[in-house]
Design a protein around this ligand. Structure first.
Ligand code: NDP
Ligand code: MG
Length: 338
């Protein structure tokens, strides 16, 4: 598989162009500031009077209502929550966008699951960083980048792919690696990753480990350090050098425990469930469930957030992190700013 870097991207595709970044949340603030640092003309599309409007202004960016931002732009990047995109596209973007403008996404969800039917004259592109928005920004500022996926769903101009590549490079992906894919492949693998491994699998694993130790009578503080805090230290080793690097650093005892026991935790049952989760994504069942949940004002998500906040692992964690002030310094997530 070919991996693209800065040298493969044609920066001239963005010269003299205006990019409207619609939304100034996790991804939006990162794209807008990275592009702007690269001397690309950016206008942020935000709700007048909303939190994002203030944050983007405070960052020194030009801000306009979504329709006004779209009207000025050659590339319109949709960085609202997935569930809000279809309505904003139909109401604000489609009527305002210039003929032949490019419409960009950071996730294939709305195109692949047919929530947005883009105007036929537009290029429709994907530039999807493989990492949380706050890291797309912090890694870029530190001189690195987050790997990116690109795709073209509609190529009216004949240059959609080149525009996607230049855009992905400009937000930092060209330093780390850019891979070409399709909207379908990105949407399905991204949903699978976050459900089975990165978010769903990982939080369930940490919680189950924590609760097993606490139920067996061990102190919750011990259980927290062991099953949650230390995760980052292990993940840093994986990130730096893969599985072998982590196994080299941990003790031989830990390595033997890993190779002899890990597959009992993620065994046949877990693998069968992963396949079911993938099938629900591929069939559109997950997308339908999520869209209906959002239309009903997210009752399940709201209830689960309240329940989760009450969990001992979160309460103990908050107290212990309070004793480690360096964790709170230079935060990746500062809700007043990003
Ligand atoms: P966020 O939830 O962080 O987006 C919040 C932004 O959207 C704010 O600017 C908010 O404005 C605005 N907004 C929310 N609802 C509306 C609405 N109804 N009308 C107008 N503006 C609204 O989004 P993410 O950054 O998480 O996701 C953006 C896209 O990037 C999605 O497609 C997602 O799948 C994709 N993606 C996200 C990743 C991540 O790290 N989060 C990783 C890779 C891809 P206000 O302040 O006014 O409320
Ligand atoms: Mg994801």
């Amino acid at each position: 598989m070919k991996v693209f870097y800065n040298k493969d991207a044609d920066r001239a595709r963005l010269d003299g162009k205006t990019v409207a970044v619609i939304g100034y949340g996790s991804q939006g603030h990162a794209h807008a500031n990275n592009l702007s640092d690269g001397k690309i003309k950016v206008v942020v599309g935000a709700r007048r009077g909303g939190e994002s409007w203030k944050k983007a202004k405070a960052a020194g960016l030009s801000v306009a209502a979504p329709a006004a931002a779209a009207k000025r732009a050659d590339i319109i990047m949709m960085l609202l929550p997935d569930e809000a995109q279809a309505e904003v596209y139909a109401r604000d973007i489609a009527p305002a966008a210039k003929k032949g403008a490019a419409l960009g996404f950071a996730h294939g969800f709305n195109i692949h699951f047919s929530q947005i039917q883009p105007r036929a004259d537009m290029d429709v592109i994907l530039a999807a960083p493989k990492g949380p928005g706050h890291l797309v920004r912090s890694t870029f500022v530190a001189g690195g980048g987050v790997p990116c996926l690109i795709a073209a769903h509609q190529d009216t101009s004949g240059a959609a792919r080149e525009i996607a590549l230049a855009y992905a490079a400009a937000i930092g992906g060209g330093r780390a690696g850019i891979i070409e894919t399709t909207f379908r492949e990105e949407a399905e693998t991204d949903l699978f990753g976050e459900q089975a491994v990165l978010c769903g699998g990982l939080t369930a694993l940490a919680e189950a480990g924590f609760e097993t130790l606490v139920e067996a009578g061990y102190a919750p503080e011990m259980a927290y350090f062991e099953c949650l805090h230390e995760l980052k230290l292990i993940v840093d080793l994986l990130y730096e050098g893969g599985i072998a690097n982590m196994r080299y650093s941990v003790s031989n005892t830990a390595e033997y425990g890993d190779i002899s026991r890990g597959r009992r935790i993620i065994g046949e049952g877990a693998r069968a469930e992963m396949k079911k989760i993938l099938a629900e994504i591929q069939s559109g069942e997950f997308a339908r469930e999520f869209i209906l949940e959002c239309r009903a004002n997210s009752p399940t998500v709201q209830a689960m957030r309240k329940q989760a906040a009450e969990k001992p692992v979160e309460k103990v964690g908050a107290r212990l992190r309070g004793m480690m002030p360096w964790i709170g310094k230079n935060r990746l997530v500062d809700r007043g700013k990003n």
